[in-house]
Design a protein around this ligand. Structure first.
Ligand SMILES: Cc1cc2nc3c(=O)[nH]c(=O)nc-3n(C[C@H](O)[C@H](O)[C@H](O)COP(=O)(O)OP(=O)(O)OC[C@H]3O[C@@H](n4cnc5c(N)ncnc54)[C@H](O)[C@@H]3O)c2cc1C
Length: 302
C-alpha cells in the first residue's frame, strides 16, 4: 500500500508542483538523484570516483511517446559519452528501451541505441540496456543480441522474478554477454513471475551461481544482505577473479555498505539517475521505505 501511494504521488501533478517546485523538496531529492543536468551528474560522478566507485549514468525518463523527446534523450547520452570519456571517469551508460522509442517503433529504438553505442565505442565506454516490464523482455534481449556483434561493449539486465530468466541467462551467457542480475521492479502476473520474495531470492541465488560458473563477468545489483552475502560466498568458493564480479546499488541507498564493498576490494558501481524528470523516481525510492518518507516530511515542515 505504502509503495502504491508513492507511485500515485509520483504521477500526481499537484504533488509534483508542491514538492518538485519547493527548494527543500529539490534538495532532499538530491539524496537519490544527481540533479537535473548532465553537468550535475558529472559533478556527482567525480565525487563518487574519488571514493573509488564506478558509475552507471541513467538519464531519467521512460515510456516516451514523442519522437522529438526520444531524440533529445539520445543526445543527452551521446553528450554524456563524450564528457565521460574526456574526463576519464569510470562511468558507463544505462539507457532504457522505452526512453529510446520502443513504445513508438522498434526500428526507432534500434537506431537511437546504435547512435549511443557509436558514441560510447568512440570513448571506450560500456552500455547496459536496462530491462523494463515483461512486454519488452524479448525485444530488449534481441536488440542486444543484434547489436552486440558490432558493439561488443553492450550488455543488459535480467530479472530474477521472471520464470523465463533462467533460459535467458543461458542464452546470453553462451554469447558471453555481461548481465546485471536484479530482482525486478515491475508488477508481473503469477503465470510468468514468482510472487513471493523467498522464491525470487532463491531464483536470484541460482542465477548468480550459473553466471559465476560460466566465467562471464556479471553484475550483482541488489541492496539485500542475504543476496550480497550469497554472492560473496559463491564467488569466493569459485575463486572468481575480482574483475569478473561487480556489485551495483542505487545512488543514495545503503551508502555505508557501498563503501564497505569498495574497502573489501570489490568493484562497486553506483546507478546514478539525473534529469529534469526526477520526481517519479524520487517518489518510488521514498515508497520503498517508510523511514525515507518520514525523513522527507520532517524536513519539509521544519
Ligand atoms: C544498480 C541497479 C540497477 C537496476 N536496474 C534495474 C532494471 O534494469 N530493471 C529492473 O526491473 N530493476 C532494476 N533494478 C531494481 C531491482 O529490480 C529491485 O527492484 C531493487 O533493487 C530492490 O530489490 P533489492 O534486491 O535491492 O532488495 P530489497 O530486498 O528490496 O532491499 C533490501 C534492503 O535494501 C534497503 N533498501 C531498499 N530500498 C531502499 C531505499 N529506497 N532506501 C533505503 N534503503 C533501501 C533496505 O534495507 C532493504 O531491506 C535495479 C537495481 C539496482 C540496484
Amino acid at each position: 500500500l505504502f509503495g502504491y501511494i508513492f507511485r500515485a504521488l509520483g504521477d500526481s501533478r499537484l504533488a509534483r508542483k508542491l514538492l518538485a517546485g519547493n527548494p527543500v523538496g529539490r534538495r532532499l531529492a538530491r539524496r537519490f538523484v544527481a540533479g537535473e543536468s548532465l553537468q550535475d551528474a558529472l559533478t556527482v560522478s567525480r565525487a563518487l570516483a574519488s571514493s573509488r566507485m564506478h558509475i552507471a549514468l541513467a538519464f531519467l525518463g521512460e515510456h516516451l511517446t514523442d519522437e522529438s523527446e526520444v531524440r533529445r534523450s539520445t543526445e543527452v547520452y551521446i553528450q554524456a559519452a563524450h564528457e565521460v570519456a574526456t574526463a576519464g571517469l569510470p562511468a558507463y551508460l544505462s539507457p532504457k528501451p522505452t526512453q529510446l522509442g520502443l513504445d513508438i517503433d522498434e526500428e526507432l529504438c534500434r537506431s537511437q541505441l546504435r547512435r549511443i553505442l557509436e558514441a560510447a565505442a568512440a570513448g571506450g565506454l560500456f552500455v547496459c540496456l536496462d530491462m523494463e516490464g515483461s512486454k519488452y523482455t524479448e525485444t530488449t534481449i534481441r536488440l542486444v543480441e543484434e547489436l552486440r556483434g558490432e558493439f561488443p561493449r553492450l550488455g543488459t539486465v535480467l530479472q530474477a522474478y521472471l520464470h523465463r530468466t533462467r533460459d535467458d541467462l543461458d542464452r546470453l551467457l553462451s554469447q558471453e554477454i555481461t548481465i546485471r542480475i536484479v530482482k525486478g521492479a515491475y508488477n508481473e502476473p503469477a503465470d510468468i513471475a514468482f510472487q513471493s520474495s523467498d522464491e525470487v531470492e532463491d531464483n536470484y541465488k541460482q542465477l548468480v551461481e550459473v553466471a559465476l560458473d560460466s566465467g562471464v563477468p556479471v553484475a550483482i545489483a541488489t541492496h539485500n544482505d542475504s543476496l550480497l552475502e550469497h554472492a560473496r560466498r559463491s564467488a569466493a568458493a569459485r575463486e572468481t577473479p575480482l574483475d569478473n564480479l561487480e556489485f551495483q546499488m542505487l545512488y543514495g541507498i545503503r551508502r555505508a555498505e557501498q563503501e564497505r564493498i569498495v574497502a573489501q576490494g570489490h568493484s562497486m558501481r553506483v546507478y546514478l539517475p539525473f534529469g529534469p524528470d526526477w520526481f517519479p523516481y524520487f517518489m518510488r525510492r521514498l515508497g520503498e521505505r517508510p523511514a525515507n518518507a518520514l525523513f522527507v516530511l520532517r524536513n519539509l515542515f521544519r
